[in-house]
Ligand binder design. Structure first.
Ligand SMILES: [Zn+2]
Length: 201
């Protein structure tokens, strides 16, 4: 079982993965890195040359030291099956017809949607650790286009819970009540609150 901060971290990382994956795909091109990296054989016909470290990270179902996107599909299948068993009476969870063919983007959506449920299950720590590892690895392969998710720190002006998370686009989002604040709106709320406090003192 994950605590609130660990759950928020998992959710933030899952939110960031689609963008990171896009950057990783862009890095497949041999000339995409300033200092190269190993490139497959140069041809003008398919398979076209590409960077091997990037390709390894994108290859599903690879066993080894390098985390690959294949774990997304595996975990999505685990969580869906667990959820189906836990909620057998509702039948509202629609399982994909062929779990083996879930693309990474769908697997991320599934994991994000069921993150709060998964965070309470016995496998939560393993899931969070593997997503963290994959997030870090892909972000490194993509040359860190995305800063790590910031842990939850601040109180939400709407619901007062300590659940306000800063997103990578600079907006703040409350993980509890889903209120969102643009950077300008958030600064305004903070200034307003400071004035209120000063007036009350
Ligand atoms: Zn809130």
């Amino acid at each position: 079982m994950l605590d609130h901060a660990a759950t928020a971290r998992l959710q933030c990382q899952l939110d960031e993965l689609p963008e990171i994956l896009t950057h990783v795909y862009l890095q497949l091109l041999p000339g995409s890195a300033p200092r190269g990296g190993r490139v497959s054989g140069a041809t003008r016909t398919p398979p076209l040359p590409c960077r091997l470290d990037t390709l390894d990270a994108l290859a599903p179902g690879r066993d080894g030291d390098v985390p690959s996107v294949g774990i997304l599909e595996t975990w999505a299948a685990v969580v869906l099956e667990d959820r189906r068993r836990a909620n057998d009476w509702t039948g509202w969870v629609r399982l994909p017809a062929v779990p083996a063919e879930i693309p990474a983007s769908t697997a991320i959506k599934v994991l994000r949607f069921h993150a709060r449920f998964a965070a309470l299950r016995p496998y939560a720590a393993d899931l969070a650790a593997e997503i963290d590892e994959l997030h870090h690895h892909l972000n490194r392969v993509a040359r860190h286009p995305i800063k790590s998710a910031k842990p939850v720190k601040s109180a939400c002006p709407a619901c007062s819970l300590l659940a306000l998370c800063e997103r990578t686009d600079g907006w703040r989002e409350c993980l509890a009540c889903r209120a969102t604040y643009s950077p300008a709106a958030y600064d305004e709320r903070v200034e307003q609150r400071i004035e209120e406090l000063a007036a009350a003192a």
